[in-house]
Ligand binder design. Sequence first.
Ligand SMILES: Cc1cc2nc3c(=O)[nH]c(=O)nc-3n(C[C@H](O)[C@H](O)[C@H](O)COP(=O)(O)OP(=O)(O)OC[C@H]3O[C@@H](n4cnc5c(N)ncnc54)[C@H](O)[C@@H]3O)c2cc1C
Ligand code: FES
Length: 278
Amino acid sequence: MYEIVKKEVLSPGVLLFDVAAPLIAKKCQPGQFVILRIDEDGERIPLTIADFDREAGTITLIFQEVGHTTRQLGTLNKGDGLLDLVGPLGKATHIDKFGTVVCVGGGIGVAPVYPIARAYKQAGNKVVSIIGARNADLLILEKEMAAVSDELIITTDDGSKGRKGLVIHPLQEMIDAGEKIDVVMAIGPVIMMRSVADVTRPYNIHTVVSLNPIMVDGTGMCGGCRVSVGEKNKFACVDGPEFDAHQVDFNGLMARQRMYHDHEKMERCGGGSCKCNK
Ligand SMILES: Cc1cc2nc3c(=O)[nH]c(=O)nc-3n(C[C@H](O)[C@H](O)[C@H](O)COP(=O)(O)OP(=O)(O)OC[C@H]3O[C@@H](n4cnc5c(N)ncnc54)[C@H](O)[C@@H]3O)c2cc1C
Ligand code: FES
């Protein structure tokens, strides 16, 4: 059992757990993830390692309650345990001294961006972070991101905090102002990552995204997380989850993510031909 040693609510439906997992905490690097199972009947879900404390032997998981397993996870409390925790999985982020790095995080995507931004900063880069959410209540890790960034720009869709608009707007403005950007790291909803790629592509700015396709085994064996990158088939669990944004087939990724939509909806509504919008 992996004990939950801390539970915090970051925003409505977004929770933070610190979990005792000394071996994972000892080895993990920014960009990696774990696959967990709550109990013997549970499905396996991937979550990014949002932070780690090697001395305390804990890892931090930040998750959004979207469906069955994440909601069940949200009912657990400090002192409860997770049955399985496999990791660290996936390739670590390539951290180097590149110059100026822009870290873009949308919604829950700010959680995986945070350790990466911190590592870029520690490597001597100038880090400009742009984080966005639909509204002020849904913004997470603002203080933490400010602490690891030379500049933090906040956007909300409704203008309730920071600038009104999307995360791509300040990015486009930086480019238009002639600021030299060496790397862009973007993590968030697929549609946001596709938009970031569209903004940087004409300027040939190296852009990295962390993909979140459906995963099952996390070992490259089941094919569940297949994505097309540069017209080649890649498995996000072992070849990623980070890829060159300008090479990713985002439309294919979105189509695959929708594959189980009807099954998930039926499961939420208890089966049958429900027409509700849950
Ligand atoms: C490498 C990786 C890292 C991830 N890290 C995090 C993280 O740090 N925090 C976090 O909140 N989530 C993260 N996710 C997404 C998380 O795994 C899913 O939200 C979770 O599996 C949903 O399970 P569920 O049973 O609660 O919902 P389900 O009932 O399976 O799905 C409910 C809804 O969520 C959507 N959904 C399911 N899986 C995904 C997915 N992989 N990406 C986007 N939407 C999905 C479905 O389309 C559906 O609409 C990550 C995914 C991957 C592949
Ligand atoms: S999750 Fe099975 S191949 Fe990646």
